[in-house]
Write a protein that binds this ligand. Structure first.
Ligand SMILES: CC(C)(COP(=O)(O)OP(=O)(O)OC[C@H]1O[C@@H](n2cnc3c(N)ncnc32)[C@H](O)[C@@H]1OP(=O)(O)O)[C@@H](O)C(=O)NCCC(=O)NCCS
Length: 189
């Protein structure tokens, strides 16, 4: 049996989620170098194209090893990679996963990440038999938190100083959604 492709290509109305290649480096550097984007991320903004290539090589290694990873988010209008989204991890024993995302500021507040994550949640719950999908954000990341709420995720609590990022301990907000909630939300009685 072939191992499952955790990042198989998915489409939505405006977007194509596909595996990234080194050829996407310039598109990704364009926004990953912006300090606005990295303000609430664990990673620093990319200082040069080498940082972006290093990031891409880690992602591509995961594809090769059949490990869950990120998709590149391609806007169908421009055919450019405008962000990434995907699996932080999948725990197959517990049927649990975590999702993450980042987008070029040019496209913020147009529903792009909500649209892409709906596809990811569908894949997770319907094809991968995941029961619980989590998302976390740093306190103050109101845009990210709003995405979680729009996806129907529930706030579970503030995890105090769960991360040490950029020389500070950071409080983290934990959200999750269960498979039965996702199905109920999509197909209410
Ligand atoms: C967080 C992020 C991914 C959201 O992507 P997006 O495509 O803009 O998200 P959406 O358009 O689907 O939804 C954003 C929502 O947040 C709201 N929002 C954005 N900034 C906000 C703010 N400062 N205060 C309150 N609400 C805010 C928007 O109004 C929108 O809600 P609405 O549709 O009800 O109006 C994007 O801002 C980003 O890439 N940020 C930098 C990287 C990052 O922080 N990643 C997440 C790490 S946990």
């Amino acid at each position: 049996m072939h191992p499952y492709d955790f990042n198989r290509e998915i489409q939505s109305e405006r977007l194509l989620l596909r595996k990234m290649t080194l050829e996407d480096a310039v598109d990704i550097f364009d926004y990953a170098s912006d300090v606005q984007v990295s303000k609430f991320t664990t990673w620093e903004n990319h200082k040069n194209i080498e940082d972006t290539l290093t990031f891409l090589k880690i992602i591509m290694q995961k594809y090769e090893n059949n490990q869950p990873s990120d998709w590149g988010i391609v806007h169908k209008e421009t055919n450019k990679v405008i962000g990434t989204c995907g699996w932080v991890y999948i725990n197959e024993s517990h049927h649990r996963a975590e999702i993450g995302y980042a987008l070029s500021p040019i496209y913020w507040n147009q529903g792009i990440i909500t649209e892409s994550m709906k596809q990811v949640l569908n894949l997770g719950f319907n094809e991968l038999d995941i029961n619980r999908i989590e998302a976390r954000c740093m306190i103050g990341n109101l845009g990210s938190e709003r995405v979680m709420i729009k996806l129907g995720m529930q706030f579970e609590g503030l995890i105090r100083e769960q991360m040490f990022v950029k020389e500070s301990y950071i409080n983290i907000k934990m959200y999750s959604i269960l498979k039965n909630e996702w199905i109920q939300q999509r197909f209410p009685n």
